[in-house]
Design a protein around this ligand. Structure first.
Ligand code: TZP
Ligand code: MG
Length: 216
């Protein structure tokens, strides 16, 4: 089953060093972890990605590198996440090969349609709700776009943007396979407890969906 919680470790919001945070979350049962660092030099980004890949190599969490398929491949990460202005999914796939995941961000149905036919392992969709975490977010799409996207593809849909513990159930009810979280996971008193709470909400929400629904 596709991981229900996708933790995005954004360097700007981390309160503990990223390697410790990633290890803590993996220990709490998080199976999908992205590293995102918009302010680091390529050299510093590469170095931390490399350390993270080594730290997570023997556990159950898959490390996804944001933006950079070349770095994902070079450090032996579990995958890469590309946006609409990054290398295309086709090129990311060429660089990363078949063993790593390629994920892509989408912000409207046209992009979802394109992603559905691209060589990607999951489709991220958002921002679902208003978010202050991304600097120039695309327009808010709401949970209605998850329902529309669900009709277009069997690929796992990862909902992102402004999702909180309270809002997660309606996101799963709309058909998302997974929730990608930054602020409501990192900007809290105890990210480990919060991760466990998200996993519990996801298990309950996904378990109560009608039979036959795609669950990635
Ligand atoms: N892409 C769309 S919204 C977003 C990204 C990276 C930020 C999500 O962060 P948060 O804090 O969970 O709203
Ligand atoms: Mg990007």
């Amino acid at each position: 089953m596709f991981p229900s919680l996708y933790a995005i470790l954004d360097e700007r919001l981390l309160k503990t060093p990223v390697v410790k945070c990633a290890a803590d979350l993996a220990g709490a049962g998080v199976e999908l972890i992205q590293y995102r660092a918009k302010d680091l030099s390529p050299r510093a980004y590469f170095a931390t990605c490399s350390t993270l890949a080594e730290a997570l190599a023997n556990g159950n969490a898959r490390l996804i590198i944001n933006d950079r398929p070349d770095i994902a491949a070079m450090v032996g990460a579990g995958g890469v996440h590309v946006g609409q202005d990054d290398l295309t999914p086709d090129d990311a796939r060429k660089i990363c090969g078949s063993g790593r995941w390629v994920g892509v961000s989408t912000h409207n149905l046209e992009q979802v349609r394109a992603a559905a036919h691209a060589p990607v392992d999951y489709i991220a969709l958002g921002p679902i709700f208003p978010t202050s975490t991304k600097k120039k977010p695309d327009p808010v799409v709401g949970t209605s776009l998850i329902r529309e996207a669900r009709k277009l593809t069997q690929k796992p849909i990862v909902a992102i943007g402004g999702i909180t513990l309270e809002r997660a159930p309606e996101v799963f009810a709309a058909g998302a396979n997974s929730v990608a979280i930054i602020r409501d996971l990192l900007d809290v008193r105890d990210p480990i407890t919060r991760a466990r709470e998200f996993l519990a909400v996801a298990a309950k929400s996904r378990g109560s969906r009608p039979q036959g629904r795609n669950d990635g």
